[in-house]
Write a protein that binds this ligand. Structure first.
Ligand code: SF4
Length: 362
C-alpha cells in the first residue's frame, strides 16, 4: 500500500503469533528495508512502514525466509481472522482458526475489510473488535456462530464451525452484502434467513487485554499502535520472551516474557494513552489534512472517557463508536459524540488549538 511515508507492507501473523526469531527478523527487516517503524493494527496485524520501491523486493524475500508470507497472496488477503490472543494449542480457538485458514479458497469474493473473529475462550475477548462473522462462546457455554450486528447466534460445533462460516459468507454475498461492505450494515436492511437466525446470546465479555503480567507473560501497550523496531527488539531480548502475540487492542503479549522496563511502551493499565486512538494522520496518510497523534497525546489525560482522533471520516484507527471522536476535515476538526468517525458531527470546523484549550490540555 502507498502511504505518505512510503510503501506499507502488512504482515498477518498466523494465529496472531510470531516466534522470537521471526519477531527479531521482522524488527531487523523494518530497519533495513523500511523506516524502522512497525504499526500494530486494530486487526492484530503488523505493518512495516517507509518501504521504498527499491527495497520492496528484498523485504519480501526476507519476510518469506522468515516464514511470514503466505504462498498465495490472493488467499493471504482473505486471511482476516482475529483470534482470542490467549488461545492454547489444540483448543477450540486454535482448531477453528487453523481450519478456516486452510479453507480460505472456499470463501466467495468478499469486501476488503470483511473479517472473521474466532473468540472461543471461556469468555469473549473480541466483542469490540472489528469482525463480520463471529464464532464465539455463547451464554450456555457452547459455541455460537453470530453475524455481526445480530444480537443472537446459532449454536455450532467445533467440527462444523468452518462450514457454517463459509455458508454465512456466501449468504452475505448472494444477498447483496457487498454493496453495504460490512455485515452489520447489511443486516440493517436485510433479515438473516432462518438457517442463520440466532437463538442464543453471546457469553459475557472478558476484560480487554491490559498491560501487565498475564498468564502468557508480560503484556505491553503500544501507544497508537506505533512500534519503534529497535526498541522492541531490545524489549524482547531483555524479557527473554520465546514468542510474541499480537492483539486487536494495541497490546503485545511477550510469551514467556519476564517483567522488565519497557521504554516507549505502556506498562500500566491506567496509562491515559490507552484511552486514545489516533490514526497516522499528517504527514503519513495522503487522505489526512490534520496531524492526529500530537493532539491525541495532548488531550489523552483530560478527555472525558475514550477519545478517537481520526485524520478523516474513514476512521481507520477505530471502527467502533467512542464517547468523543474528532475527525479531520480541511485542516480542522469535526466533533462527533457517542459515534463513529463517519457519523454526523455535532460541531464542525474546530481549530486544534481551541480543542486543546477546551479540554484543559497543556
Ligand atoms: S482515517 Fe483517514 S487519515 Fe486516518 S489513516 Fe485512515 S484514511 Fe488516513
Amino acid at each position: 500500500m502507498e502511504s505518505g511515508d512510503g510503501l506499507i507492507l502488512r504482515v498477518r501473523p498466523v494465529l496472531a503469533r510470531l516466534t522470537a526469531e521471526q519477531a527479531y527478523g521482522l524488527c531487523d527487516a523494518a530497519r533495513t528495508y523500511g523506516s524502522g517503524i512497525i504499526d500494530l493494527t486494530s486487526r492484530a496485524n503488523l505493518q512495516i512502514r517507509g518501504v521504498r520501491t527499491d527495497t520492496h523486493g528484498p523485504l519480501l524475500e526476507r519476510l518469506g525466509a522468515l516464514g511470514l508470507l503466505d504462498a498465495d497472496p490472493a488467499l493471504e488477503s482473505r486471511r482476516n481472522i482475529l483470534v482470542d490472543p490467549f488461545w492454547q494449542t489444540g483448543d477450540d480457538t486454535a482448531l477453528i482458526a487453523a481450519a478456516l485458514a486452510a479453507r480460505l479458497a472456499e470463501l466467495p469474493p468478499l469486501p476488503a475489510k470483511f473479517g472473521f473473529a474466532v473468540d472461543a475462550g471461556d469468555a469473549r475477548r473480541l466483542a469490540a473488535a472489528s469482525a463480520d462473522i463471529r464464532v464465539e462462546r455463547g451464554a450456555s457455554g457452547g459455541l455460537i456462530l453470530r453475524a455481526d450486528g445480530a444480537p443472537l447466534g446459532r449454536p455450532v460445533a467445533v467440527e462444523g464451525a468452518v462450514d457454517a462460516v463459509i455458508a454465512l459468507a456466501r449468504w452475505f454475498v448472494d444477498s447483496g452484502g457487498a454493496a453495504a461492505g460490512r455485515m452489520a450494515r447489511h443486516l440493517a436492511g436485510t433479515a438473516l434467513p432462518d438457517a442463520f437466525a440466532g437463538t442464543e446470546a453471546p457469553a459475557a465479555e472478558a476484560p480487554p487485554v491490559a498491560p501487565g503480567v498475564t498468564s502468557l507473560g508480560l503484556a505491553v501497550g503500544v501507544p497508537f499502535g506505533q512500534i519503534e523496531a529497535a526498541a522492541f527488539a531490545d524489549l524482547l531480548r531483555a524479557s527473554g520472551a520465546a514468542a510474541l502475540r499480537t492483539t486487536a487492542v494495541r497490546v503485545l503479549i511477550l510469551e514467556g516474557g519476564a517483567l522488565v522496563a519497557a521504554d516507549g511502551f505502556v506498562t500500566g493499565a491506567d496509562d491515559p494513552r490507552l484511552r486514545v486512538e489516533a490514526c497516522a494522520g499528517v504527514p503519513f496518510c495522503p487522505s489526512a489534512t490534520v496531524a492526529t497523534r500530537d493532539l491525541a497525546l495532548r488531550l489523552a489525560a483530560r478527555a472525558p472517557g475514550r477519545l478517537h482522533v481520526s485524520g478523516c471520516a474513514k476512521g481507520c484507527a477505530h471502527a467502533g463508536a467512542a464517547p468523543l471522536t474528532l475527525v479531520g476535515r480541511d485542516g480542522r476538526f469535526d466533533l462527533v459524540r457517542d459515534g463513529r468517525a463517519w457519523d454526523m458531527p455535532l460541531e464542525t470546523g474546530l481549530d486544534p488549538d481551541t480543542l486543546a484549550t477546551r479540554f484543559g490540555a497543556a
